[in-house]
Design a protein around this ligand. Sequence first.
Ligand code: NAP
Length: 292
Amino acid sequence: MSETKLLGVIGYPLGHSLSPAFQQAALDALGIDARYERWETPPGALEERVAALRDPLCLGANVTVPYKERVIPLLDELDEVATQAGAVNTIVNRGGRLMGHNTDVDGFLRALREAGDFEPRGCIALVLGAGGAARAAVLALVRSGASLVYVANRTYHRVFRLVEDLRPLAARTRLVSLPLTYAALQGASVGWDLVVNCTTLGMPGTVDANKSPLPAELIPADCLVFDLVYRPDPTPLLRDAETRGARVLDGLPMLVYQGAESFRLWTGREAPIEVMFRAAREALTAAAAGGR
Ligand code: NAP
């Protein structure tokens, strides 16, 4: 009789993660004998947690805030997308060797195209943030041939680094780094086709839950506003965007699509997308009812 395999999500804190709910639903729907756990990992315990993934019973893990970059030196190998992004959100245990992948890049593009009905080739975009999610979003836009991408962040040296790291890959895309200030954003408001929030502003259960990274008057009426933050009600940014007449896309489709690609890497099976969407929406509603 085979033993139950293990998977989990590594982050700190993990209160907001919906991955356990929708990954477990997908494993159960396909009859895969595996348990997806919540591995809340304080900074001092990261090395030990990652080393434990080499156990033969462990298929791998997801990695979330704040470890997507910090986990890299603990792995044996990275695929091309994770190397280019400089961030890992999925680890696969291949016979004791730990492989790092980044499925946020695919998840971002699939959500943009399928749920947002938006083709990024040739577009002008503004990306807000410079963490792991922003790296994935900017790389996705570069790989799909966006023409001009502004990237703005509160801590300027972080966004400068991000843009300098990705510039060698951006033959068809002009990349510009900005501080996240009103004057800089206004000076760069050249008619964005796409605005993407990759900051944590608007995240439920945080002190910034009621904040938006972009003043409402700078949102163009004819753009798509994509907020990577997921919550059951619209984020402050998406509420402002709707008021301005812009189209909106929330973070749930990306969450499910990145998870579906992780699922395929761990199990070799296509993920049951509809099962995942249903379980993610239910978990989101339940978390909101529980006050998170
Ligand atoms: P991260 O690496 O911790 O980066 C956080 C970003 O938010 C940084 O750019 C940070 O700026 C900015 N920020 C934090 N507090 C701020 C404030 N008060 N004012 C302005 N900027 C602030 O996190 P991440 O992994 O990139 O994730 C970012 C968000 O995307 C999270 O809400 C996460 O849940 C979401 N996400 C969603 C998906 C999805 O599938 N939908 C996937 C990945 C991530 P500084 O550099 O100045 O600190």
